[in-house]
Design a binder for this molecule. Structure first.
Ligand SMILES: Nc1ncnc2c1ncn2[C@@H]1O[C@H](COP(=O)(O)OP(=O)(O)O)[C@@H](O)[C@H]1O
Ligand SMILES: [Mg+2]
Length: 370
């Protein structure tokens, strides 16, 4: 980074060149990394980082060495997200546990998520969903883009290709588990959750927070039972939950169409929910993981609503949180609304502050063995 705060000397590396450089400390490419002010990126840890469907295509031990090298670099270079955080990025089971603690601390209701094991039970839950016997959702950690999410209404035909892929990955993890050197990463777990029908009918509000404030919100709604495609629009105002309840009573299902969002923004209820949840989650994660949370810098909270059976009232809940470079930021959609420049300027300023003040604590802790 040069002296003038507005000018950065930026080098874009391919994933492969970054990978190679970290594995060879004597190389000139490694020296370049060592002299950088900020390294942004790394493996797509949110998704299936061991899988055959996308890079890195690396052996676990090699992947571990790469991760250790990034940890080492982070003692002198600001790395965003912190390498400690790479490993929790896709761990949805832990995320749901944290989110439930946060909800309780805020006096809100929780959604119960259970781990499913062993394999025979996972297979049984899958069959129960596909054959219409269970109103639950089965999903795997470290899965992005709905790759391993199975919901009621999907048929064998809709799901079989993704289920087959999921089984392949299970075999890959079985092999890793047998190889002692491979036990550096927590095996992705399968989770079962109540089926929140509103998530399908009304979609999710993807709230992009930069530097602790809401930058923009994207409303997305699945257009396909396999969840692979969705309608995406920018959202600007939000009807309060009470308004959603009365609309639902009238049988209006498009609760988050643009006109309804504009009906009510008088109490800031939605923003308050998002920012209180984010603030508590940051405090919680920093306590548990011992590093300054990258969520301070950037976080995308995917918020849905569900109808509470006892009170009949709608509640917000967070289905997912994505961080950093691994998150779709819906650049094209926001570019069409002229928000893109503001978003990137704010993000760049936050990265600069993180870099200048060495926001992240430096740690050399290897990830604990499973
Ligand atoms: N509990 C749920 N009830 C209903 N639909 C769900 C539920 N959990 C996930 N889905 C659907 O599956 C999609 C993918 O699940 P998600 O947890 O967001 O995983 P990812 O986006 O990482 O693949 C969601 O966008 C939503 O449409
Ligand atoms: Mg999602």
């Amino acid at each position: 980074m040069l002296d003038d705060e507005k000018i950065w000397e930026v080098r874009v590396w391919t994933w492969k060149s970054f990978w190679d450089a970290t594995l060879d400390r004597a190389s000139s490419r490694y020296q370049l990394l060592d002299r950088a002010d900020l390294i942004m990126g790394s493996v797509h840890w949110t998704g299936d980082f061991m899988g055959a469907s996308r890079p890195p295509h690396a052996e676990p031990l090699t992947l571990y060495r790469h991760w250790l090298a990034v940890c080492r670099l982070s003692s002198s270079v600001t790395v965003w997200p912190d390498p400690q955080e790479h490993l929790i990025a896709g761990a949805k089971g832990s995320l749901y546990a944290s989110l439930n603690k946060v909800s309780r601390a805020l006096g809100l209701d929780t959604i119960s998520t259970m781990l499913v094991t062993p394999k025979a039970t996972i297979q049984q839950v899958y069959s129960d969903i596909i054959e219409g016997r269970a109103s639950v959702v089965l999903k795997r950690e470290y899965s992005a883009g709905a790759l391993h999410a199975f919901i009621p209404g999907q048929t064998e035909e809709d799901a079989s290709e993704r289920w087959r892929h999921a089984q392949e990955l299970e075999r890959l993890w079985d092999a890793i588990d047998e190889d002692e050197e491979g036990l550096h990463f927590n095996r992705p777990r399968w989770l079962v959750q109540p089926y929140i029908r509103e998530l399908q009918g009304y979609g999710e509000l993807r709230v992009h927070c930069v530097g602790g404030i809401v930058s923009h919100v994207i409303h997305s709604i699945p257009t396909d039972i396999t969840l692979v495609s969705s309608d995406v629009n920018i959202a600007t105002y939000f009807g309060n939950l009470d308004k959603i309840s009365s609309k639902a009573r009238e049988g209006i299902t498009t609760i988050w169409d643009q006109s309804l969002m504009e009906l009510g923004n008088e109490t800031g209820e939605f923003q308050a929910y998002v920012l209180n949840t984010l603030a508590k989650l940051i405090i919680h994660e920093e306590h548990v993981y011992g590093v300054t949370s990258g969520l301070r810098l950037f976080a995308r909270l995917d918020v849905g609503v569900y109808k509470d059976k006892r009170s009949g009232k709608f509640r917000y809940w967070v289905n997912e949180i994505t961080r950093s470079h691994a998150s779709s930021m819906f650049e094209t959609t926001i570019a069409n609304h002229g928000i893109f420049d503001v978003f990137w300027t704010t993000l760049t300023q936050c990265l600069q502050i993180a870099t200048m003040h060495k926001l992240f604590q430096k740690k050399h802790l290897p990830h604990p063995k499973v």
